[in-house]
Design a binder for this molecule. Structure first.
Ligand code: AMP
Length: 215
């Protein structure tokens, strides 16, 4: 099964993609995570992407399409994948259609997490991640059970994303509404779109998503 998780920054795509990955045994492909790894490695792509990410702007389509084309070709995508953060523009969606058609694959569901912008700014600016295992937390809504210690792996180092500040978040939200939401109509014509309430509790959103994908 091939899925796209779509939603504004902070709507919960990453959290839900990880949960669906565990339930469906298909891999999460987060283009944001891939780009952050490129930035950390100091690669040419990373150097190109770094300033754009920090300004809350999108990385050019051709770079993203090339990156995802190579990634989907790897063996761990054979059983299916969950795209998290891609496509983000209509040209990316069209390129993905062509890419999948060549491989005789298709997108089974586009899962849209509906959300409220003001709540998202609060969600994003409070979030942090365990450096060791990547588990996500929030200063108000989802603190570790013991302060300073990761529930999942016992790690004690946490980090925040450089682009999770209020100014960049507003730019990212603007981009989402202007450039990304038109792709919902692109997929509506294919009859694969389902919208769930991304402001519900994490468990409730997971329940609704599983219902849509038949699990
Ligand atoms: P995310 O982790 O999905 O919020 O992505 C973080 C940042 O990476 C975005 O704000 C963009 O600058 C960049 N990025 C991630 N995915 C894409 C994409 N599909 N197209 C363009 N830029 C992207």
């Amino acid at each position: 099964m091939n899925l796209i998780l779509l939603g504004a920054p902070g709507a919960g795509k990453g959290t839900q993609a990880k949960r669906l990955q565990d339930t469906l045994c298909i891999i999460q492909l987060s283009t944001g995570d891939m780009l952050r790894a490129e930035v950390a490695s100091g690669s040419e792509l990373g150097r190109k992407a770094e300033k754009l990410i920090q300004a809350g702007r999108l990385v050019p389509d051709e770079l993203m399409i090339d990156m995802i084309a190579k990634r989907i070709d790897r063996d761990d995508c054979k059983k299916g994948f969950i795209l998290d953060g891609f496509p983000r523009t209509v040209p990316q969606a069209s390129a993905l259609d062509r890419l999948l058609a060549e491989k005789k694959l298709k997108i089974d569901h586009v899962l849209v997490l509906d959300s409220d912008d003001e709540a998202l700014v609060e969600r994003i600016t409070g979030r942090f991640t365990c450096v060791q295992c990547g588990a996500g937390y929030h200063e108000r809504f989802q603190r570790p059970k013991v302060d300073g210690i990761c529930d999942k792996c016992g790690g004690t180092k946490f980090s925040r994303r450089a682009d999770d500040n209020a100014e960049t978040v507003r730019a990212r939200l603007k981009t989402y509404h202007e450039v990304t939401t038109p792709i919902i109509d692109h997929y509506r014509t294919k009859g694969v779109v389902s919208v769930v309430d991304g402001m519900a509790s994490i468990d409730e959103v997971t329940r609704q998503l599983k219902e849509v994908v038949g699990k």
